[in-house]
Design a protein around this ligand. Structure first.
Ligand code: SF4
Length: 256
């Protein structure tokens, strides 16, 4: 059913077979950003405050239907920014105990200045944090934040999170024409944050922005030559996976 909050598994270029959990599950995207390259279209519900969208009871009932499923990760993602869900921490605990799979959260980093969000994200085995811009101007141009978030505030909070967090921290950087020339600034940010992994992405799924070419992404990758564990979307291999529910999956991952 398209309104299930669990979808996939979807083939993820860094997480293997990823079983998605959408703790927002709203009709239309609910996000603190409105990124120009978003595959989910325009942000229908701009939101910067946390609240409960999906109850833990409902999550618990749906988890029973996927016990024993073949997946490599359960991943909190879906119709917007997962840390907007005020029950994210409890949901991570519930998913871990129900499925015995490692848990990843894909976050746009916008709420990471909040102490409660950092504490809840720290329960995940892997946090994939988005950073697309080295300056406030490009941050506003690409990510189009809904509230008063600043890149500086996000980067300072990510540095704090890096110190506190014992799991795997990946930085995901989406490169498009607007930040193609920003690799040096992004290298400097990566140096400050010391992630366990760097993911260099460009939007290959249909959206309003043209992806960079393989050559352009390779040139950016070369700038990160001093880092370990740098992966690009063009270099990644995706596993073959069959989603449990195509409608629920297509809602969050259009045109796989
Ligand atoms: S943060 Fe993610 S969901 Fe939100 S607008 Fe950007 S790409 Fe879309």
């Amino acid at each position: 059913m398209a309104n299930s909050i669990i979808y996939g598994p979807v083939p993820s270029w860094r997480l293997g077979r990823s079983l998605g959990i959408d703790l927002l599950s709203t009709n239309g995207k609910t996000c603190s950003f409105d990124c120009v390259y978003c595959q989910l279209g325009k942000t229908v519900h701009p939101e910067v405050e946390r609240k409960e969208f999906v109850s833990l009871d409902r999550l618990g009932r749906e988890l029973k239907t996927v016990e024993g499923i073949a997946a490599d990760y359960t991943t909190f993602s879906g119709m917007g920014e997962p840390s907007l869900a005020s029950n994210l921490g409890e949901a991570i605990r519930l998913v871990k105990s129900a499925l015995k799979l490692p848990v990843a959260v894909l976050t746009n980093s916008s709420l990471i200045p909040r102490e409660d969000v950092r504490r809840e994200l720290a329960l995940a085995d892997m946090v994939v944090a988005k950073i697309d811009a080295p300056t406030e101007e490009i941050f506003h141009k690409i990510n189009r934040p809904a509230g008063s978030q600043t890149l500086d505030g996000i980067l300072k909070a990510l540095q704090l999170f890096r110190k506190e967090y014992h799991g795997k921290l990946a930085l995901q950087m989406m490169f498009i024409e607007a930040n193609r020339g920003c690799a040096v600034g992004m290298v400097e940010i990566a140096g400050r944050l010391s992630p366990d992994e760097l993911q260099i992405n460009t939007p290959l799924r249909p959206c309003g922005v043209t992806p960079l070419s393989t050559g352009e992404v390779a040139a950016i990758e070369r700038e990160f030559g001093n880092f370990q564990n740098v992966f690009t979307v063009y270099g990644a291999l995706k596993p073959e996976v069959v989603p449990i529910d195509s409608a629920a999956t297509l809602r969050r991952r259009p045109k796989l």
